[in-house]
Design a protein around this ligand. Sequence first.
Ligand code: HEM
Length: 343
Amino acid sequence: AFAPERRATCAGGQRVKNAECCAWFPVLEDIVPNMFGGECGDDAHGALRLTFHDAIGFSRSGGGGGGADGSIIVFNDTELMFNANAGLDDPIDTEAPFITKHKVTPGDFIQFAGAVSLSLCPGAPQVGFFMGRPPPKAPAPAPDGLVPEPFDSVSKILARMSDAGGFSPEEVVALLSSHSVAGADTIDPTIPGTPFDSTPSIMDTQVFIEVQLKGTLFPGPEPGQGEVESAVAGEMRLESDHLIARDSRTSCFWQEMAGNQSRMQQQFAAAFLKMSMIGHNPNSLIDCSDVIPAPPALPANAGPHLPPTLDQKDIQQACPTSAFPTFPVLPGPAETVPAIPQA
Ligand code: HEM
């Protein structure tokens, strides 16, 4: 169903299915060192979050927004005023000069940068990338209210995700694998870079395990809006992640992700590619997936585990039909997860 393939060899010797894709290698070679510093850190996390907040600005039932169209950058005067987009000024300031320099559309660049950001995160799948998003059409800012908030109900989030991208509850869970390489800057502004799991620089399944633990503490002095207690010092838990892990529509699939690295990778990659096409006819886009590098594998010592001093009894079983898998407890004293260094 996609555009006919036209294989080519690019100037740097890379072979691609579609000749247009050669244009992305210079972008890749620039942004990996110069935008991401070659690491799965704050800038990579911000670029990944931006893919979601741009793409989700779309409604199948009408009411505006062009989806993954770059409107969050082009119309940032409007969209950055929305509460749900707090903190996105950082990745937008980071990306804007590269968009100007490489003369690509902002919609393409945002999704490209997100795919490349994942290539820097050990354990992430090699996700696809399609090019060909036109500039956002005027009047094109997405309206307010389309980006899920961490204090929204599960019903509201599932309905919004379905209306935006036709996502099933399972696909929503799969997309939340992204919170494995993530943290919050604005929920509690006194502790920027507070991660959602104990391993924010690798894309493992710890977020699915750690969010299922009984919450006992807040990482900062006071909880922010949409924050609930986490199980590990220095770690933040979003209320939305907490509820999705425990809701009857999503809990069994959440549990299935825990410790199942290859399944998480497959499910996330498929849902992420689908998200990148929101607002577009896939037939009008060109497959440039062969430009996206393969991420490093997880380090050998990065198996799924329970944080030190916790144990299986601390897991809050939610899926009614099967037991949460068991994991070894990391040895040592209770850990305090360090903040993600801010770029
Ligand atoms: C569906 C409901 C979702 C909700 C309610 C939600 C909510 C949030 C919130 C509140 C933050 C912290 C923002 C801050 O204070 O800095 C965050 C961070 C993040 N989110 Fe989500 N999110 C959702 C889905 C997604 C999806 C689908 C993706 C990507 C595929 C994603 C990727 C990220 C990333 C990478 C960060 C970390 C940003 C950073 O560390 O700078 N989220 N999310």
